[in-house]
Write a protein of this length. Structure first.
Ligand code: IPM
Ligand code: MG
Length: 462
């Protein structure tokens, strides 16, 4: 199958995460015999810099011509970037809003799932998180406050800003239908979120959703006020299946839901119209503070691409090709335990959960050696530490344990640094280089970075 995908690398970390995601897509294409044909277009700040506007007519036409659009992220630092000195309608975000409108992408799907591999990253107490959760936020995307009339005026010398929140019943109905349709394929529950105790738009929302629900007797509908929903998301996230809500509430709740999964860096999204066409983008922003360092985690973009395969191309098997990223997830998990010095969980993983004997054995040995090396470093016994690290390095190379390889090089860098040997720079660079090569394994780069920071803290920036 030929898949025509228009890509919007965008701003900040956008180009990095789109680049990594294309690698994953190419692997999937190779494995299943498809052909990906990409065309990059400019949007947001990148477009402002070249064309003076955040989205051109040509870019819209290119997006429309594709089977699907894959986006990274747009926007910059709102206090320092010159893009934010422009009038609001010329700023990066206006490009995204205009594209959503031009393509009629009224249904925004944001799944928030607690992956087993990353359960440890969930900030909730274990007694809550152990139930797991798998919810989908269905956010209305082309109406409400985002697209209502707005203006800033001056009345009797007083500045006044007005934003309008409007919904007509058709807009509500079509998103509700999408919500119920998808709930039918899931756990058959819709939680419609509104502020019906205050807003007229919410009262209409509730009425129309109830009318739509009549056509879905097999799906349970409940209504929830948005403030309560914000609370329930951290109190009992397992209760949710499909959360159906309007634009602004969906924007806010989806950030909250993503944090509950451990990080907004993992939340994918699909924005759909009435056809198979869709725009797929991570829910997170452009993270200008870490842009250009190749340390951004592209998981949300990779997962968005998986949604693209599923919803726009009906390639379910390809979308489920989790083997393409489970290894990375596993690396994340072990690394997480190590970084947190969470010996109890690590041991539990080693003895009970590790997927096979080899892995259990490797990780166990590796953990012991690594801990010993760390202790030696701490005791300033650098010769012994170095010996341990060298045998560990052979071991890591033998089993292709890339993340371990990076850790080892970073520790070697520390040893060289403490011994006054300038080779530390080279070692650290090696570690970062490998992390870059496997770009989307953010944790690996974190190790290099963490150690650099540690050195910088102790000895001043080099
Ligand atoms: C999102 C973003 C956008 C939104 C911004 C960048 C306009 O926060 O996709 O959630 O508010 O919709
Ligand atoms: Mg948002």
């Amino acid at each position: 199958m030929e898949l025509h995908i228009t890509c919007i690398p965008g701003d900040g970390i956008g180009p990095e995460i789109v680049r990594e995601t294309k690698k994953v897509l190419d692997k999937v294409a190779h494995k299943y015999g498809h052909k990906m044909i990409y065309k990059d277009i400019l949007m947001g700040g990148a477009s402002i810099d070249v064309h003076g506007v955040p989205l051109t007519e040509e870019a819209i036409a290119d997006a429309k011509a594709a089977d699907a659009v894959l986006m990274g992220s747009i926007g910059g630092n709102t206090t320092t970037s010159p893009w934010y000195k422009l009038p609001p309608e010329k700023r990066p975000e206006a490009g995204l809003l205009a594209l959503r409108k031009a393509l009629n992408l009224f249904a925004n799907l944001r799944p928030a799932v607690l992956y087993d591999e990353l359960a440890a990253a969930c900030p909730l107490k274990e007694e809550i998180s152990k139930a797991g959760f798998d919810m989908l936020i269905m956010r209305e995307l082309t109406g409400g406050l985002y697209f209502g009339e707005r203006k800033t005026i001056e009345e009797n010398g007083v500045r006044k800003a007005i934003d309008t929140l409007t919904y007509d019943e058709n807009e509500i109905r079509r998103i509700a239908i999408k919500g119920f349709d998808i709930a039918r394929k899931r756990k058959k529950k819709v939680t419609s979120v509104d502020k019906a105790n205050v807003l007229d738009s919410s009262r209409l929302w509730r009425r129309v959703v109830e009318e739509v629900a009549k056509g879905y007797p097999d799906v349970t509908l409940e209504h929830m006020l948005v403030d309560n929903c914000a609370m329930q998301l951290v109190k009992d996230p397992a209760q949710f299946d499909v959360i159906l809500t309007e634009n602004m509430f969906g924007d806010i709740l989806s950030d909250e839901a993503s944090m509950v999964t451990g990080s907004i860096g993992m939340l994918a999204s699909a924005s759909l119209n009435d056809t198979k066409f869709g725009l797929y983008e991570p829910s997170h922003g452009s993270a200008p503070d870490i842009a250009g360092k190749d340390i951004a985690n592209p998981i949300a973009t990779v997962l968005s691409a998986a949604m693209m395969l599923r919803y726009s191309f009906d390639l379910d098997e390809e979308a489920d090709a989790r083997e393409l990223w489970t290894d990375i997830m596993r690396a994340h998990k072990v690394q997480f335990y190590l970084l947190k010095n969470d010996e109890a969980r690590l041991n539990n993983w080693l003895t009970k959960e590790a997927p096979n004997e080899k892995e259990r054995f490797c990780t166990h040995r590796y953990y012991q050696y690594l801990m010993k090396a760390k202790v030696y470093i701490w005791q300033e016994q650098y010769v012994q530490a170095g010996m341990h690290l060298r045998s560990l390095l052979d071991f890591a190379d033998q089993y292709g344990m890339i993340y371990l390889g990076i850790q080892i090089r970073a520790l070697e860098a520390i040893i060289h640094f403490r011994c006054g040997n300038p080779a530390w720079i080279e070692k650290l660079e090696q570690a970062i280089l490998i992390a870059k090569e496997y770009g989307f394994i953010r944790v690996l780069a974190d190790e290099g970075e963490a150690i650099y920071e540690l050195l910088a803290d102790q000895y001043g920036k080099q």
